[in-house]
Write a protein that binds this ligand. Sequence first.
Ligand code: TXA
Ligand code: MG
Length: 324
Amino acid sequence: MALRIDIRQDAEGAIRQAVDVLASAEPVALPTETVYGLAADATAAAAITRIYEAKGRPRFNPLICHMSDLAMAERYAVFDPVSRRLAEAFWPGPLTLVLPLRPGSDIHPLATAGLDTVGIRVPKGFAGDLIRAFGRPLAAPSANTSGKISATDADHVEADLGNRIRLILDAGPSDVGVESTIVKVENGEMRLLRPGGLAAADIERVAGQRLKRKRAASAAIEAPGMLASHYAPGASVRLDATDVAAGEALIRFGQHPVAGEKEAAIVLNLSPGGDLSEAAANLFAFMKRADASGAASIAFTTIPDEGLGEAINDRLRRAAAPRS
Ligand code: TXA
Ligand code: MG
């Protein structure tokens, strides 16, 4: 079983132990403001291989490389003016920028899946402190078995990966609750590769231009982890529900009435007051609770597609997609 350290009680001890484990090319589960990450030295092949093994992740899916600050990021990637503006406005925070790798950078090709670009994010708080102490970028996908729901607290990580990794750092529930927003700037134009914990409208305001959305059916996995079925709970998922069947789980948003609620296996409300940030923070934990109720299906009521609702609806569509 993994050793577990609560960073709220012993941040220094956590950093010391984590640096030790990272230096021996092993991954560490660590809290970020979005979701928990499974982090390892982005410059070491053996370390990255262990991330892929622990997650059972396909190796053609590149990892986000986490940096302590913009200065560190500039050593590994080449910034265009729009990307730099976004980095200055939103780092540290839930924004990942896909950028050309700087020639001679020692990010290992296993972390970028051999691409000539790298996804970079500067996380808030403890994760940034750990990277500073370690001195090298950390490749970190979400700390969950590939295809499953991302972990938003240390118990979820332990239940899923506890017997495959050595160290879990605990900071309680993640603040944001969905993964970072991924943006790639090409010829000065911004493309949204994955909606996430930073609202698209905030990015557009700072950049003074619109984000181009990818067409849903584009063929290549141009990235974002995002083969149709992803974020899958065990139960099947049904969207835009206005009623719930007997024995089905119900996850609501706001105050609209839902027919049949009394017969539901479990009823959870992502945000009774209709706050999308609160809903995002609750999303993955509630999906797990609904799953644990034993219901064969989870019904979700409609969630507005604005602000963080865009990321929530993206994850829900993937959870509802046919499983392979
Ligand atoms: O909030 C987050 O982003 C969390 C925390 C731990 O930082 N991490 C996370 O990582 O969600 P992961 O591996 O689950 O998702 C990374 C996504 C993948 O969909 C991958 O395809 C995309 O980032 N990605 C990484 N590098 C890329 C690149 N060079 N080009 C395009 N997409 C890239
Ligand atoms: Mg993931």
